[in-house]
Design a protein around this ligand. Structure first.
Ligand code: ADP
Ligand code: MG
Ligand code: MG
Length: 248
């Protein structure tokens, strides 16, 4: 589904990713862990196509297509979803309006008919229920006055509605209390643990991985993947720290 070969990314001419390679198949959940400043968010932004993150070398293919040649909205329409550590607030636009617009622009880009208001509300209600979110919250402006946990829940509702093939979640567990962590973990499993789907979870801590069990764990340090393994690697990192595990 996703194939990254020898990716180099620069920000303002400064090399950040330095030869990162990673392959993700449909049906797999991969976790990327690594010290602060390793380049984890840079990887997520490069895959999403954020301006300023310049891929200077290497290749990225998403279902065979050259991802780096696609505009950000084309990547999203192709089935790529990015969840972020710090969700934006959009005063004056309700979640319902925002999500319907996002879904219908993706459907239109794929040549599918847009959903009617009634069909969209039915879908939104179903996904909100899955994440334990009150529909009344979805009628409020995007993220305005939401707590950290509510923002993450709303983001998972968004993911459920957009129904991506590949979700890249950058520290989606940051700032969550245990209950919110459980709900978000269950949401990721319910939405993304399905044939033909895959997840790239970027996280500092092992705790989210108690709820969303990864098939593979990778350590990102100084701009490349320096170690890969199974879930036991995350436990070793938590116990021994990055320096020990990277040196071993
Ligand atoms: P991580 O997510 O692993 O903590 P980041 O990808 O955020 O790491 O950052 C990797 C490196 O890139 C860090 O050294 C950081 O200072 C640098 N960096 C990130 N964003 C910018 C930016 N906008 N301008 C300059 N340097 C940046
Ligand atoms: Mg960081
Ligand atoms: Mg980061």
């Amino acid at each position: 589904m996703l194939r990254i070969d020898d990716l180099h990314t620069e920000i303002d001419g400064k090399p950040i990713l330095k030869g990162l390679s990673l392959a993700i198949n449909a049906g797999e959940i991969h976790a990327i862990m690594g010290p602060n400043g390793a380049g984890k968010s840079t990887l997520a932004y490069t895959l999403g196509g954020r301006p300023g993150y310049e891929a200077t070398q290497g290749a990225v293919h998403f279902e065979g297509a050259d991802l780096l040649e696609m505009a950000p909205h084309e990547r999203a329409a192709a089935g790529l979803f990015l969840g972020f550590q710090y969700p934006v607030e959009i005063p004056g636009v309700s979640n319902v309006q925002f999500l319907r617009e996002a879904l219908n622009s993706q459907r239109t880009a794929r040549g599918e008919a847009p959903l009617s208001a009634a069909d969209f509300l039915r879908l939104a209600r179903e996904k909100a229920a899955l994440l334990g979110m009150d529909m009344e919250m979805l009628k409020r402006p995007v993220n305005v006055g939401f707590s950290g946990g509510e923002k993450k829940r709303a983001e998972m509702v968004q993911m459920g509605i957009l129904d991506p093939k590949l979700a890249i979640l950058d520290e989606t567990d940051s700032g969550l209390d245990i209950d919110a962590l459980k709900t978000v973990g269950a949401g990721i499993n319910a939405i993304m643990r399905a044939p033909g789907k895959a997840v790239l979870l970027i996280t500092h801590y092992q705790r989210l991985l108690d709820y969303v069990k990864p098939d593979f764990v990778h350590v990102l340090a100084a701009g490349r993947i320096v170690k890969s393994g199974g879930p036991e690697l995350a436990l070793a990192l938590e116990k021994e720290g990055y320096a020990e595990v990277i040196a071993a």
